[in-house]
Design a protein around this ligand. Sequence first.
Ligand SMILES: Cc1cc2nc3c(=O)[nH]c(=O)nc-3n(C[C@H](O)[C@H](O)[C@H](O)COP(=O)(O)O)c2cc1C
Length: 195
Amino acid sequence: MLNDRSSLLSLLETRRSGTPREFAGAGPSAGQLERILTIAARTPDHGKLFPWRFVTVADDQRDALAELLLKALAADVPDATAAHREKEVNFAHYAGQLVVLVSAPIANHKIPLWEQELSCGAAGMNLLHAANALGFAGGWLTGRRAYSETVRSAFCEAGERIAGFIFIGRPEHALEERQRPPLATVSRAWQPPES
Ligand SMILES: Cc1cc2nc3c(=O)[nH]c(=O)nc-3n(C[C@H](O)[C@H](O)[C@H](O)COP(=O)(O)O)c2cc1C
């Protein structure tokens, strides 16, 4: 648990995502989950539109999720193999807490859709930070299932879409660092155009 500013900086400098299929054991308690989602909801958004939703999937709903993913697979990939179906069932049963992050923009609003979608991404990142600060790892996944209409309509209202399946759990193994871009490749000083 974080208790001072330097540990916050250290968390930000070292945090990384986990691989949900390698999570083991229990996810956050109900109280921890509420705290994580409350932090995720403290996210910048232009116009106080709160254009995102968090849909939690209970442990005892995982079989229903598997059934839904299999239905989506049959609809979207008619020649799916047994291995493909097994992957969906496994996904539905990854350990930890599953939160489906939903982008819920207000259509035809003066705040551009792009900004509303950016805020949804920021909410997802905030959720990951909160999970990390409480000692868990998060893993944000999309893939075909996130774009399936069968899955979308089971989690979203009209005009909404799935931004990601975020699992919050405990990795079985220590997480290895991944490649990060050299700062100079993603950051530069602005050069004003010559007039
Ligand atoms: C919108 C979004 C969707 C993603 N979907 C997947 C995915 O389907 N499969 C996957 O392996 N990683 C996916 N990732 C990448 C991981 O969630 C994660 O960002 C990456 O492993 C490294 O994260 P880290 O910087 O937190 O360590 C996605 C990331 C984002 C932001």
